[in-house]
Ligand binder design. Sequence first.
Ligand SMILES: [Zn+2]
Length: 91
Amino acid sequence: MENTEKSPVAFAMDTRQLQKVLQKMSLKGEVLVGIYHSHPTAPPIPSREDIAFAYYPEAAYLILSLSANKPELCCYRILQKQAFRLPFKLI
Ligand SMILES: [Zn+2]
């Protein structure tokens, strides 16, 4: 998905593009399991906006932070406007 905000500190998705992606996934029998984005200058913690616009409670929200010397990836479930950190393992 393209970031329609064109910003290093905020992101938004075009709803028509998102609907097309979800429709293509559905036709292939795929399901949405995760949504990721990066925080170029902030830690991998969901922002107020990340939580406010988290419309897919079934999805894992992955945030990659590039703010430190070493990239850090964290995973959350966002339910009822609250973020819960999930353990995960890269294989
Ligand atoms: Zn974010």
